[in-house]
Write a protein that binds this ligand. Structure first.
Ligand code: MN
Length: 498
């Protein structure tokens, strides 16, 4: 399931007013709203289409617009703005039914007060300063979750904030009715990858169901030899292929097997309309290798993935890939693997047995084969690569029993200095913010998993917006985090979510 073009999504620009002002003023309101919508629509920062909708002035118009937004397939959210005063009791019935994410834009058309010409006509038209407060009250009174963005509409910072929210809304939209397939159960006895799949569907809109690994094996067995041949050639072209895997190499049969597995999984996912999957090394019955390069390449194409049955991470990865569509850099399944505790240079080595997404690779990956030592299958083919330094983050979703908690730690990735010749897996080095001690302590206190989504191109604001849209808890670990404050927040949240 490849990633959607974010330009196929619409965000509706909604302007509120009332009839009190008369047609002349209302024409001006419409004209100004169209200009703002057009500016957002052509902004290079805002990734979706912004659709102007006619100014709403009555409860009926508001209700009808929201009703249409709810069923409009490509509408992923609404930006609401009150150019003038729009008495907010008119909005109650509409706000009661709206199911799409909301952003309240608190702006005004003119940037500066025209000191010499300002008169009461001007004052009657440019009323966002109080009109938006009336709207804000009713949203708060109704406990409506929304993002509020304040500032002049031409300001770049406003476009950035709208961009974050649009991306979060796109990820959210993509999860609605999304299907994820599990091949096998969660790894035996593991706690953190478990969770309530019914609750996940209620909260996030996606479903998770199991198919027997035998069904997958049957699909793999049907893969045509010619397709295998062609994919092996693609491997040879796109990666630095080890000599033994090459056409006349003595392990070429393993490469063919890996290609067959990739084609089979891809076929299974596409025909079932699945947006991601999980597998587990404990349930590979009939599979010749644990899927390595297959999973890596499927992730790079936009599928979500979680190892060891981790369906929460599979869904989060898919959503984050959609949120990041079109941005340079990538998003991958990740695991905190091992630590470097050298004084002053503490860092984490992140990796997995095989399944790291090449969208985060710094250089052309090499395609290699090595024994795995786990799962009891034949040696799997995998892509090996390093990952560049720079700002990044790790995100994980845990099930607290009465709610989902998203935990995000901003990190500073470190360009690897050592070759690690005996570690044949893709790997990343990073320093957690604010530092190793505080970052990891906070993560452990919050119950953060060892599995994460590692993102090079999403900022904390996108995930905050996503958590807000989903109505879930978010614990943020960043440069300002201190343990006493973090502990307090965890404690307060226990009461907030009771
Ligand atoms: Mn794992």
């Amino acid at each position: 399931m490849s990633l959607p073009d974010l330009k196929s999504f619409e965000v509706w620009f909604v302007t509120g007013s009332q009839h009190l002002y008369g047609p002349e003023t209302l024409e001006k309101v419409a004209e100004h709203a169209q200009k703002i919508a057009a500016a957002f629509n052509s902004s290079k920062t805002i990734p979706v289409r912004i659709i102007y909708t006619p100014v709403v002035k009555t409860p009926e118009e508001i209700f009808n617009l929201f009703q249409r937004a709810n069923i409009a397939e490509n509408c992923i959210g609404l930006i609401c703005w009150m150019h003038t005063f729009s008495p907010a009791k008119m909005w109650i019935n509409g706000l009661k039914i709206i199911q799409k994410p909301l952003l309240h834009l608190h702006t005004q058309f003119n940037r500066d007060i025209p000191w010499n010409s300002i008169d009461m006509d001007f004052m009657n038209l440019n009323q966002s300063a109080h009109g938006d407060r009336e709207f804000g009250f009713i949203m708060t009174r109704m406990r409506k979750e929304r993002k509020v963005v304040t500032g002049h509409w031409q300001d770049k910072a406003i476009h950035e904030q709208i961009n974050s929210w649009c991306r979060a809304a796109a990820g959210w939209h993509d999860l609605q009715q999304a299907k994820f397939v599990r091949f096998g159960d969660n790894m035996r006895q593991v706690a953190v990858t478990e969770g309530d799949k019914v609750e996940a569907q209620l909260v996030f809109g996606y479903s998770v169901n199991t198919h027997g690994v035998g069904d997958l094996v049957a699909t793999i067995k049907k893969v045509k030899e010619k397709s295998v041949e062609e994919l092996c050639e693609i491997y040879d072209k796109e990666y630095k292929l080890s000599g033994s895997l090459k056409k006349n190499g003595k392990q070429h049969a393993s490469l063919r097997e890996a290609a067959k597995i990739e084609l089979g999984i891809r076929q299974f996912l596409e025909s079932g309309n699945f947006k991601g999957y999980t597998d587990t090394f404990e349930d590979l019955h009939g599979l010749v290798q644990l899927p390595g390069i297959a999973t890596q390449r499927l992730m790079a194409d936009g599928f979500g993935f979680g190892a060891e049955g981790d369906w929460k991470t599979a869904a989060l990865l898919r959503a984050m890939k959609v949120m990041a569509a079109g941005l340079p850099g990538g998003n991958s399944f990740m695991e905190d693997y091992t630590y470097h505790f050298e004084p002053g240079k503490n860092m984490v080595l992140g990796s997995h047995m095989l399944e790291i997404c090449p969208s985060i690779a710094h250089t052309k990956p090499s395609c290699e084969i090595h024994p795995l030592g786990i799962g009891g299958k034949e040696d799997p083919v995998r892509l090996v690569f390093n990952v560049d330094g720079g700002a990044a983050l790790n995100a994980t979703m845990v099930d607290m029993g009465n709610r989902f908690r998203l935990i995000v730690n901003e990190v500073e990735a470190v360009k690897p200095k050592n070759a690690l010749p005996k570690l044949p897996v893709a790997r990343v080095l990073w320093k957690p913010l604010p530092n190793m001690n505080t970052g990891c302590t906070a993560w452990i206190l919050a119950g953060g998993a060892h599995h994460t989504v590692y993102s090079q191109n999403l900022g904390i604001e996108v995930l905050q917006d996503f958590a807000s849209i989903a109505g879930i808890e978010l614990m943020h670990i960043g440069k300002h985090t201190t343990i006493p404050e973090f502990r307090s927040q965890l404690k307060w949240n226990e009461s907030a979510y009771k």
